[in-house]
Design a protein around this ligand. Structure first.
Ligand code: FMN
Length: 358
């Protein structure tokens, strides 16, 4: 019998904390070089790092990536992440809300985010395989309403996570009907819908398909950050499922690196760089490649386990790094980064060339 969803999510949270091999291949940041401007024209503390995402002001261009909810351990993690998001003025996502749709007694572990972050931009979350089932059962309208109401969602993210599903012992690999279900979800949603990958990255072709059905924002979830192939390979190993464990290992470097996916998608729709963004300097590079903001997952989850001071310290350090990179690259405002032309080297340059990206 497959594990209940709350156990699966609790195990993922635990493994993501313990595993050192999060990186399934570089995201590409070390290949991207912003051009140093030796003679800046304004002071570093005059640099404006605020930005606007989907019409909402953010103190700096960061979304705390949707990670958790649906089990007891998630309440405290979500509480700390949300209170920190509210204090510093960034957006925050929750993990898949499926668990609470199926077991309403788990609602608190998600609703805590809105309680702690009453004014933050909060992003709900559901998986593509659940959408297919809801579509088949005629439940799309009802579930859209429930997802929004649970957390006062300002936007809803649908995660496209087939890389995870193929390795997961209880993975759902039905994909027929996914596009119709997603299109119906977008149509039913009164708030903007984000499409998010979770480690495999988004290609330009998929980006265009998502744009054509009305998706508002792309979260590339590229290769180079938290690896669900690795997490699920480990879960499979502990269950004695050696075939799936070996499959996870074989897929360890699968996917489009985050930097490449950002470049591919950002001409199509507003794009979030997610997957292996670890510093404010990475963020500056991502925005120079076309991202409107970045998302960070695992590092903030690791801080949340230590407490609020650790989360705030990380967020403050990130702001300092972003501000400094902008100062040194001659960008006065966040979107000035988009008109800098970074030098792209190494494997990332090869990806760009072979995919016809400039
Ligand atoms: C413990 C954990 C749980 C996650 N759960 C979800 C989820 O339920 N839904 C989702 O869309 N993404 C989920 N993610 C993926 C993150 O949103 C993000 O895409 C991923 O962690 C890549 O960012 P990172 O490299 O900064 O960690 C999860 C990530 C982690 C670390």
């Amino acid at each position: 019998m497959s594990d209940p969803i709350w156990l699966r999510k609790a195990e993922q949270l635990d493994l993501a904390q313990r595993m050192s091999d999060e990186v399934s291949g570089a995201a590409g940041w070390s290949d991207i070089h912003l051009i140093h401007q030796a003679l800046p024209s304004i002071d570093a503390d005059m640099i404006d790092i605020s930005t606007v995402l989907l019409g909402r002001q953010l103190a700096f261009p960061l979304v705390i990536a949707g990670m958790t909810g649906g089990h007891a351990g998630a309440v405290e993690v979500n509480r700390l992440l949300a209170s920190s998001a509210e204090k510093v003025g960034v957006a925050i996502g929750v993990g898949s809300q499926r668990a609470a749709l199926e077991h309403p007694e788990l609602t608190k572990s998600y609703a805590i985010v809105r309680e702690e972050a009453p004014t933050a931009f909060v992003v709900g979350n559901i998986g593509i395989s659940q959408l297919i089932s809801y579509f088949d059962e005629g439940l799309i309208d009802r579930q859209v309403g429930a997802l929004i109401e649970m957390i006062g969602a300002d936007a809803l993210a649908v995660h496209l996570n087939y890389l995870e599903e193929v390795v997961q012992p209880e993975g759902q690999t039905r994909a027929r009907g996914a596009l119709n279900a997603l299109a119906a979800f977008v149509k039913a949603s009164p708030v903007p819908v984000l499409a998010k990958e979770t480690g495999g990255g988004l290609s330009v072709e998929v980006a265009r398909t998502l744009r054509d059905i009305g998706v508002s924002v792309l979260d590339v979830g590229g290769r180079g950050g938290t690896s669900f192939a690795a997490i699920e390979a480990e879960r499979s190993r502990t269950r004695g499922d050696h075939q799936r464990s070996e499959l996870g290992a074989a897929l360890a470097t699968w996917g489009i690196p985050t930097a490449v996916s950002v470049r591919a998608c950002s001409d199509v729709l507003p794009t979030l760089a997610v997957g292996g963004v670890r510093t404010g300097v990475d963020a500056a590079k991502a925005i120079a490649l076309g991202a409107v903001a970045v998302g960070v997952g695992r590092p903030l989850m690791m801080c949340a386990v230590q407490g609020e001071d650790a989360v705030l310290d990380w967020l403050n350090g990130f702001q300092l790094q972003l501000r400094s990179a902008m100062f040194l690259a001659g960008a006065h405002e966040v979107m000035d980064l988009a008109s800098t032309s970074p030098v792209v080297l190494g494997a990332t340059s090869d990806w760009f060339r072979q995919l016809g990206l400039s």
